[in-house]
Design a protein around this ligand. Structure first.
Ligand SMILES: Nc1ncnc2c1ncn2[C@@H]1O[C@H](COP(=O)(O)OP(=O)(O)OP(=O)(O)O)[C@@H](O)[C@H]1O
Length: 247
């Protein structure tokens, strides 16, 4: 049986009288892309913010690889490997790709530098090069981020998160703003990131992309998780069609 990465039980978040997360149970296994879909205002971002630690739930629990993280800070969660990729604004536009990635790698390595025989600079270079390869920007290390194409900036944004060595990556609309001809490449790119020890929780409005990418899909409507299943099960669910996808 696949190892369980994340287990959420009875999560609740209220904004005044509005229940934005309504007793949600949710699991992610290792080596999976799990998409969270639902109409605008369904509570997807609110849910993900509670996983990342930016918002504190009113009730329920979140466990990550068996540890209760419900009350941990965002930094502590990131340190454990639960990392949210931020929108493009997290990129330093006037720094190079190398410098951007180095800042992220350094923030992870700084506490461990002294434990390695190699010089810190060598290790930093190696780690940055490895991330640049994964995000397919190895040829752009000296390019200023502001000179990258929009799609490459989105790759770099994911690279900043990968540099933190996540075991669960939270991606909130990673394909927003891409032109339709860029989407197929990006679908393959995101698929290439997952593996043993790296699962992905994806929020995405492009349903074709979601169906191609996901191992499992959960559907959120008015703060409630109304369905979870494989892409085929979601496509064929009368309940999901009624509440969200339409006929
Ligand atoms: N800080 C807040 N204060 C009050 N209400 C909020 C707050 N954040 C979100 N909401 C409300 O909670 C509900 C869920 O919002 P959320 O942004 O999580 O939905 P979503 O599914 O991510 O939507 P979208 O697909 O449009 O991004 C909405 O009704 C929203 O107006």
């Amino acid at each position: 049986m696949a190892e369980q990465v994340l287990s959420v039980k009875g999560l609740v978040k209220r904004f005044g009288g509005l229940v934005a997360t309504d007793y949600v149970d949710f699991d992610i296994d290792d080596n999976q892309i799990h998409a969270l879909i639902g109409p605008n205002g369904a509570g997807k971002t609110t849910f993900v913010s509670q996983l990342a630690g930016g918002l504190h739930p009113d009730d329920g629990s979140i466990s990550f690889y068996g540890s209760d993280i419900t009350r941990l800070s965002m930094a502590d969660r990131a340190h454990m490997g639960l990392v949210r990729s931020y929108q493009i604004t997290s990129i330093f536009r006037n720094l190079t790709v190398y410098e951007n990635l180095a800042i992220s790698v350094q923030s992870r390595l700084k506490s461990t530098f002294n434990f390695f025989g190699k010089s810190a600079a060598d290790r930093l270079r190696e780690e940055v090069a490895a991330v640049a390869l994964r995000i397919e920007l190895a040829d752009e290390l000296d390019t200023l981020a502001c000179h990258l194409s929009y799609g490459q900036q989105r790759q770099l944004e994911i690279g900043l998160a990968l540099a933190l060595n996540p075991r669960l990556l939270l991606l909130d609309e990673p394909m927003a703003g891409l032109s339709p001809d860029q989407v197929p490449w990006f679908v393959d790119f995101i698929k290439s990131l997952k593996g043993k020890d790296l699962s992905i929780l994806l929020i995405e409005h492009d349903m074709d992309a979601v169906f191609k990418l996901s191992d499992r899909i959960s559907v959120l409507v008015s703060g409630k998780r109304i369905f979870s299943g494989t892409p085929d099960e979601v496509k064929n669910s009368a309940e999901v069609k009624r509440a969200y996808l339409g006929d």
